[in-house]
Design a protein around this ligand. Structure first.
Ligand code: ZN
Length: 420
């Protein structure tokens, strides 16, 4: 049923998303910053990026936002996030996921990949069903619901399976009892896929496990994106995984063999592999600031993505929380489980972006790391990931204090600090 048949076609007055004018911001473009630029959004897309004078005559009927004093970035894309605000993607309903998506929008995240830790088939199936429902609802709402009725939330793009085909010797906070090995295609039967041709499927794999390299080939053959992680693979196996189609490394430095001069490990291989991208948890806890700078220096902003790896307590503050069957304590922005290991982060992409800025990265490099590089990894860079004419108007305005002032998703107001 179309929106019209359903009688829910929006009236002209409700189509606030049709034309939006953003004035006065410093605009972070792919290669630098334009001061005091104006952006015209039409039909959910970035129609024009120009100086103020050029646009004032042709945008009279647009809804205007004065963004003086703010910096406008492309909306952030987080490819590794388990949950937030009390919700874990593995146990979430579509409504729970929407709460996360709303929270993310308030932090400037406009696209995300709900991420699942190793679990039984049944949990996977339920979780993927909820993600599919949210994706369908978000699609429908884009044309049938007004912003005020239901503000848009960060788009779920698909699913990221972190494991279960990973190395028990690099398990991190993952539950090893659900780890698996790969024999043939039947080994993937319990790993549910989203029945939607646009859905992104990403899996973090350790290629050195039994059948690991064959698994990389099998997944790539199905159109899945493979990232190498939770791994101690040697260089030969990493080369084989790359040959089979893996082109990314999951939370670089964490849960992988480190760089030693006599055993350069996955880290040494990754720093040198120019055709491989990496992502990092830029929270200042998982990686020392010098390690983050090293990654940026070696990989460059086009090969380094920022992720949150956030878990359920993100957005809730300090305390004890039940996550994946154990108690996780959050104290001063750090998580730890009963064994004393770090168990995910409580940051968002916004915090990661601020961290990289504080470490000296330039705004356009941060925009690439937080938006364009992850968008490219997921194959959605033609529609989002940078502020360029013709792309979807997924935008976040950040004030000088580092707080989000405005988030637009496809030109619709997802968060407006002035209304809080
Ligand atoms: Zn994770």
């Amino acid at each position: 049923m179309t929106a019209e048949e359903d009688g829910r076609e929006l009236k002209a007055g409700e189509r606030t998303r049709d034309r939006v004018l953003l004035r006065g911001a410093r605009v972070v473009l792919p290669d630098g910053v334009a001061d005091d630029a104006t952006i015209l959004v039409e039909g959910g897309l970035i129609a024009r990026v120009a100086t103020d004078d050029e646009l004032s005559s042709e945008a009279r009927d647009a809804r205007e936002f004065d963004l003086r004093g703010a910096t406008l970035y492309p909306g952030f894309v987080d490819v590794h996030i388990h949950g937030a605000v009390g919700v874990d993607a593995l146990a979430a309903s579509a409504e729970d996921l929407r709460r996360v998506a709303r929270f993310l929008a308030s932090r400037g995240v406009t696209s995300w990949l709900p991420t699942l830790v190793p679990a039984p088939d049944e949990d996977y199936r339920r979780a993927v069903g909820a993600i599919a429902t949210l994706m369908r609802e978000q699609d429908e709402e884009a044309t049938t619901v007004s912003d005020r009725e239901r503000p848009p939330s960060a788009r779920a793009l698909g699913v990221h399976y972190e494991g279960p085909f990973v190395n028990t010797a690099q398990c991190g906070a993952l539950r090893t009892r659900y780890f698996r090995t790969f024999a043939d295609a039947s080994s993937l039967e319990g790993v549910a896929a989203i029945d939607d041709p646009r859905a992104v499927h990403l899996m973090t794999v350790a290629p050195e496990i039994e059948g690991g390299v064959a698994l990389v080939g099998e997944l790539c053959g199905r159109g899945w994106i493979v990232s190498v992680g939770h791994t101690r693979a040697d260089a030969q196996t990493l080369d084989a995984a790359r040959g089979a189609g893996a082109r990314h490394l999951t939370h670089f430095f964490n849960a992988m063999s480190p760089l030693h001069h006599r055993a350069p490990g996955v880290v040494g291989w990754g720093l040198l592999a120019d055709d491989v991208t990496c992502d990092v948890i830029a929270d200042g806890v998982h990686c020392h600031p010098l390690a983050l700078r090293l990654a940026l220096r070696c990989k460059g902003a086009d090969r380094l993505a920022l992720i949150s790896d956030a878990v359920l307590p993100a957005g809730l503050g300090d305390g004890d929380y039940e996550v994946w069957g154990e108690t996780i304590t959050v104290e001063g922005g750090r998580t730890r489980n009963a064994r004393g290991s770090i168990a995910g982060s409580v940051i968002t992409s916004l915090d990661a972006a601020r961290m990289m800025l504080a470490l000296g990265a330039r705004p356009h490099e941060v925009a690439r790391m937080a938006s364009l590089t992850p968008a490219r990894l997921l194959g959605v860079e033609d529609s989002c990931g940078s502020i360029e004419e013709g792309k979807r108007a997924d935008l976040v305005a950040i004030d000088d204090g580092g707080q989000v002032r405005l988030t637009l998703i496809a030109g619709r107001v997802a968060f407006d600090a002035a209304e809080k």
